[in-house]
Design a binder for this molecule. Sequence first.
Ligand code: DAH
Length: 339
Amino acid sequence: MKERLQSIKEEALRAIEGADMPEKLNDVRVKFLGKKGELTAVLKGMKDVAPDERPKVGQLVNETRAAIENILEESKIKMERAIREEKMKQEVIDVTLPSKKNMVGHRHPNTIALEEVERIFIGMGYEVVEGPDVEYDLYNFEKLNIPDGHPAKDEQDTFYINKEIVLRTQTSPVQARVMEQGKLPIRMIAPGRVFRSDEVDATHSPSFHQIEGLVIDKNISFADLKGTLEVFAKELFGPDTKTKFRPHHFPFTEPSAEVDVTCFKCQGKGCRFCKGSGWIEILGCGMVHPHVLEMCGIDPDEYTGFAFGVGLERIALLKYEIDDMRLLYENDIRFLKQF
Ligand code: DAH
């Protein structure tokens, strides 16, 4: 019996030595110590052992079991340590390597200019609102006094989705949307993207941005419009800036005007920048047409108002003296970093 146990132990040791994975160790455990294992078989054979020998044999079996268990446990620990060390070797981190640079982003000149314009108007109590880029013909044209057949609706410069839906050609439809909500008085600006079927060149792009302005209240006059835009121009281009209102025509305002500011490069003397005139055109504006007020549910006998529309790119180009609009859309970091 003793020899049998000794040979089981030796066999188990050999099996443990041959195991190269933790799973194999487990197989060894099952084979020798399991319910149907070899040691259990020995215990089952105890009935053939003489009764006074049994305690001794039992003790021997237990010792053998304990020995095998110990070695199994030691091997398991050793094996796991080896596996961990191998893994560590493969996952080595070289802390002396140079770190990856974290590129900090930069606001686009358009965004900087827009935030400046928003700051000025928010300071005068205006709200900033938004309208959809894809707009009903009804809002983009009809409610702004631009009926069917009007040249502003020309397919040459409007992207039509279908007969009723267009990519908005201006931010002015937001005027109609806000007026229709019927919450008076109104003092808002509406920045956003607009679309026109234009060829790309230094001053044109099929997609650009405008900032619409609208004020509706009792007793609003052209003087309010002039005063407001004068403050705006001085804030944006400097306190010495003068403004000039030239009569113009827009279908949704009456009277209408275009506004020029004194060239901030030559202070009005005339230079290459203002093409010698001393003035630079910056926006269109006017008193909201009574018919537009009516179409948007506002009584023109009780309320009046003014509106204006500024090209955002135009402001950015002027403010940062950029001479080609395409630079704004090329996303060249060397260009963008300068502002
Ligand atoms: N929507 C006009 C355009 O795109 C700009 C404009 C002119 C807006 C006069 C206005 C305005 O609100 O009163 O050319």
